[in-house]
Design a protein around this ligand. Sequence first.
Ligand code: SAM
Length: 215
Amino acid sequence: ASTHFGFEQVNEEEKADRVRQVFTGVADKYDLMNDAMSMGIHRLWKDYFVQSLPLKRDAKMLDVAGGTGDISFRALRRFPRAHVTVCDINEEMLRVGEQKAKEDRTLDSSRLSFVVGDGEKLPFEDDSFDAYTISFGIRNCTHVDQVVREARRVLKPGGLFACLEFSQIHPALRTVYDAYSFQTDFSSLISSTGLRDVRYENLSFGICAIHTARK
Ligand code: SAM
């Protein structure tokens, strides 16, 4: 069986462990690896993702699976009066991000918080954030539906959910049907959690997609 993101279903604990190990081992090389593997294109997708977020200037935003801060830092540069919480299950990824933020003069690091937490069980109160983002993170989670339910819980009424993710594991293996079924499956999963106004947009001919919704 495969999940919404074309992953083979593996034992749940095994998957969670594997994900933790992978990101612990690569935290300090993560940015370099990203550039090498996507030939830098991930930067353009992330730029576009953040540029397209309809946020208010002083939004309180949560970036889940935020890793080393790629989305959060872009959001804060675009909205210098926002407050962004970067949440990740892996402390080392957050530590690398925190260090990067301190060294970056374009960022006011007092407007950033780094919190260790699991996207499936977020350590935040209900109705806390104006926006929730997750970029290249949801495919690493074991229960995608639980991640989206948690997103809905922590969003304020009217708050924005936005997810950037690969449509399939490898574009060369993707058929038109698969791309279509991914979009419809994930959109209906989002709707089933009670989020509304679900939309999606394809990037780079469907290699990635942005899904958005409102609480
Ligand atoms: N969002 C960043 C970006 O776009 O560059 C990082 C993406 S990285 C591919 C995936 C991140 O998801 C890793 O930092 C990993 O630790 C985190 N992650 C995996 N499972 C998670 C979970 N259940 N809850 C929160 N973060 C998780």
